[in-house]
Ligand binder design. Structure first.
Ligand code: PAF
Length: 280
């Protein structure tokens, strides 16, 4: 595996792949690899001839400086992990490579980026995600890009931007990977104390309880949400939202009469976690 720092170098490396008409896969990441990232890399390895993993902690998508500073970074371990999985190129640019002096263009995401996470973190969050993802897609020109379902809203934002900007790339969405205790894998989990971890389990419990209530015939979203919020707050989590939404648009539902997605954001011990689960 080769670590590449510049856009020019990556384009030159991929020019060979392009000439040979090979399928290129991109896995965009911010590093601190866990099994969720590794599942994306494995899938890309299975489906593509050339696999590029980008590792860039994108400063503009963090709405809090403290969260950016606390974000775990270990490029050496990440590179070893990617190499073990057969990744061809680790693209790990400095911020000045992606955002040189004078950088002044941002992708602006519409409705899909302004609700849920966008409402809580500010609309600049998904604008920043969409901007860096667009840059990575343009720089790499992959045939397929791999994202995790854990960030369900991010997936829909990327889907929308691929459609709206006519980007010639297939979006591959891979299932959420969980620890044995049900907690969805996230780089932020490293910051949970054992007590926080206990509270973090409430997110999956609330999602499962909602799914079970729906299976048992409950279809009233207000009642389902209030049960879930009670489970979360009772466990000590601070709830930003627990909503039952349309999986394609994230529009809030009032009754569950078809496909639905339960989405949750809550903080435990000052660490903000998100999760989601189809409930039909
Ligand atoms: O999901 C992430 O790790 C980031 O939001 C992404 C897609 C790499 C953009 O910085």
């Amino acid at each position: 595996m080769r670590t590449i720092r510049t856009v020019t170098e990556l384009r030159a490396a991929l020019a060979v792949a392009r000439r040979e008409h090979t399928r290129v896969g991109l896995v965009p990441t911010m590093g601190a690899f866990h099994d969720g990232h590794r599942s994306l890399m494995r899938r890309a390895r299975e489906e593509c001839d050339v696999v590029v993993v980008s590792l860039f902690v994108n400063p503009s998508q963090f709405n809090e400086g403290a969260d950016l500073r606390a974000y775990p970074r270990d490029e050496r371990a990440d590179a070893a992990s990617a190499a073990e999985l057969g990744v061809d190129y680790l693209f790990a640019p400095d911020a000045s490579e992606l955002y040189p002096n004078g950088f002044d263009t941002t992708v602006s995401v519409g409705r899909i980026g302004q609700i849920l996470e966008g409402a809580h973190r500010g609309r600049a969050h998904f604008d920043a995600v969409a901007t860096v993802v667009t840059k990575l897609l343009v720089i790499t020109s992959p045939d397929a890009a791999y994202f995790g379902q854990k960030d369900a809203q991010q997936v829909l934002v990327v889907k929308q931007l691929i459609r709206d900007l006519n980007l010639p790339v297939e979006l591959v969405v891979c299932p959420t990977v969980r620890d044995l205790d049900g907690v969805a894998l996230s780089s932020r989990n490293l910051r949970l104390t054992p007590a926080d971890r206990e509270q973090a389990r409430a997110l999956k419990r609330a999602l499962d309880a909602t799914r079970d209530l729906v299976s048992g015939g409950e279809d009233d979203v207000a009642r389902l949400q209030s049960e879930a919020v009670a489970e979360l707050t009772g466990s000590g989590a601070q709830v930003d939202y627990f909503q039952i939404v349309d999986p394609a648009t994230l529009a809030p539902l009032t009754t569950v009469a078809g496909p639905a997605l339960a989405v949750v954001a809550a903080s435990v011990g000052g660490v903000r976690l998100i999760d989601n689960q189809p409930i039909t």
